[in-house]
Design a protein around this ligand. Structure first.
Ligand code: DQA
Length: 145
């Protein structure tokens, strides 16, 4: 089974982007840790970042035929705007965990609504890059059960 990690817009800037909210790890640092964590448990973990909504939507569609069994997704700003990405995840019926680096509930009111949370297996926010590792640990447990 394959685990897919999707990163939404502006997360390619991690490391330099508002480190008070998002920490100092780069996206490569995060993806590399996830890849080795998955590999150690006998799973393959593939990551994709895009600033384009349609690229993320189409990647989710591709999961129907590529064996993806679990998705970790930080939809970033699309969290608060994208019915299209929500509908894609809903359409493929693959379980997913929603991850945010920052505690969105401690920030601007517009960050407190998510189009994803009610569909997600669970939501992790505010734990920085460690949140992805916790989400992956859960995905591994879910797939190994
Ligand atoms: C984010 C929170 C979002 O509100 C924001 O638009 C992001 C990143 C996070 O990881 O904390 O780009 O998803």
């Amino acid at each position: 089974a394959r685990i897919l990690v999707l990163h939404g817009p502006n997360l390619n800037l991690l490391g330099t982007r508002e480190p008070q909210h998002y920490g100092s790890d780069t996206l490569d640092d995060i993806n590399q840790r996830l890849a080795s964590q998955a590999q150690a448990a006998g799973f393959e973990c593939q990551a994709l970042q895009s600033n384009a909504e349609h690229v993320l939507v189409e990647r989710v569609h591709a999961c129907l035929s590529d064996g993806t069994a679990f998705i970790l997704i930080n939809p970033a700003a699309f969290t608060h705007t994208s019915v299209a990405l929500r509908d894609a995840l809903s359409g493929v019926k693959i379980p997913f965990i929603e991850v945010h680096l920052s505690n969105v509930h401690a920030r601007e009111p517009f960050r407190q609504h998510s189009y994803f949370s009610d569909l997600a297996v669970g939501v992790i926010c505010g734990l920085g890059a460690h949140g992805y590792e916790l989400a992956l640990a859960h995905a591994i447990r879910h797939l190994s059960a």
